[in-house]
Write a protein of this length. Sequence first.
Length: 329
Amino acid sequence: MRIRPRPPFAATTALAATLLLAAAGACAGAALRAHRPPPFGDHIELRTSRPAAEGGVRPRGDALEGPGWLYRRTPHGSAQPPVTPADAVRGGPGAVVGVWSDGMLTAVDPRGPRPRVSWHRFVPGLALWLRARPAGTPVVLPAGPGLLVVTPGLVMDFRTRDGNLRWDTAAGPGCRYLPQRMLVTDGSVVLPRACPGGGPGGSAGAGHSTVEAFDGAGRRWQIAAGPHARPSLFTGTAVPPPHPPAFRPPMLGTPPRVYQDALGRRLIEIADLPLPAVRPLVVDADTGRRLPPCAAATARLLAGGCADPRPARPRPAGPRTEAPQGKTG
């Protein structure tokens, strides 16, 4: 039987000291982690009083106020300016998304005994747009399982459940989106894109101005337009084709405030601001197909109907001038 020699006293002491130091380091690390600032400076305070607005969430000073809680963000470091919430959007039963002045989106899950912050996402250019946007211009719009974020530089869609980026579209070199002119419908937006340097004689690499439609699945359509185009609800008259197609896919969730013609198409009109005398374009909001004026030939009417964005106005009756009667005889 082989007997192992006992380690010397010095080696045993060194091993015990190493174990004690490791245990002390672990305890110190746990204490530091327990007292370190929360990620992104998140602070949720529980309150006994409930806010007004039927349990909704709204910005209140430097915090988001929800039913029984306040949520603040304090960025690390004294050099960073304080942040304030600019807007709040309910993205579903498990997510209230706050839009912050530093360009950050944060989702709060209000379910359970204590709300928790579930994700953070930074949007490039959002902070600048929040300071420059006209009052009342939306930035974040619910769209199915995601949230559309619209800025002059890009359009993005984040999944509400976990904040994953589903898709994004940039305006392109020399171009910018115009959120202050966008038309918002249920689950989609129609957004002008201005490229002042595009077209003949424009700068190299510049694109052409367009009007584009987006929903939760991405860009639905894109048509050429002037840099001053503005989409709006259709307010004129539409005539369906004499022989409607035998089959047309059903339209689900069509908002009632958008004009529908006899075929169920949602129609919008796109006007060019500097040219008010030019007749606006009438477009199918779901496909981007243009409808010809009703003065077009019958062959075009058979293809899909027609639309007049502005009904004809009778000319005011002016004073009649009689030709002088010559003398006879």
